[in-house]
Design a protein around this ligand. Sequence first.
Ligand code: PHE
Length: 343
Amino acid sequence: MEQLLQQIEEYKQEIASIIPNGADSLEAYRIKFLGTKGIVKNLFGEMKNVPNDKKKEFGQILNEFKQFAETKYEEWKQSSAGSTQSTENKVDLTLPGDVLPLGTRHPISLVRNEIVHIFGRLGFSVAEGPEIEDDWHNFTALNLPENHPARDMQDTFYINQNPDWLLRTHTSSVQARVLEKQKPPIRIICPGRVYRNETISARAHCFFHQTEGLYVDENVSFADLKQTLYFFVQEMFGKDVRVRFRPSYFPFTEPSAEMDINCRICGGAGCNVCKHTGWVEILGSGMVHPKMLENFGIDSNKYTGFAFGMGIERICQLKYRINDLRLYSQNDVRFLKQFTGAV
Ligand code: PHE
């Protein structure tokens, strides 16, 4: 009896020290302890050698041991230790997971979306037009007839197959497309890509992005233009932004004005971006030329309107301090991933 109890104690210790390593070792354990010729069975076989008055006590001890061995077996089977994998290729659930490379929005898209959102709150909806345009929509309808000197302001890419086709030089072509289809009131914003035959450098590119705005209704005044654009820059750059309007010339607006804001980079102290003037031009604008309205059969005595066009890259430059236009189209991930998390 003494001996048997001693034996059971040793088996218990042996079991407690086992670290099963895969399905094979688990099965070996089962056979050794719980199998038909296993240790537990053998111990029960010893029962006949135990004196009668000790049988009950020994029976209890044996049952406990049996249960102990069985519970261990079940536990191991359930845990990954008993799975078919061996330790070498077992999944370590405590390791950090793989980082999924998340895409980021392009800064041009970020700013374009923000522009659309701000004007959306003023009731402007988005209109789009083709990037391959005809001469009429890009120039003539906008009061820029053939041989008009202002055509030289924009170095145009023409399309070989058809001299009437070109890559639009500005989003003002979308104004023409909307005016030919819609009747006032019109309140639209037209973001898109435009093309000009410029040598690529940090400050110029053969394609870039603009957002056009057009508002035509009864009693639209220059004051509306100023207030709308002032609201826009305050939303885009913060309430402390200052603006100034300078007289300018565009064939499709009269009067015309360019709008400057105080430099967001140096705060007005003077830097390369504002060429040490403290001011940065961000858009062209003006009251829609009556001739343009008449081109589309809109009564210019009854309706007036304002229009504006801004470069998205320029807004981006001021917002994110991007100082080289080439960065926008190189798609260098080191550049792009800086916009992670921006929406
Ligand atoms: N289309 C002009 C440009 O590209 C900008 C502009 C748009 C000016 C609308 C006035 C009104 O420079």
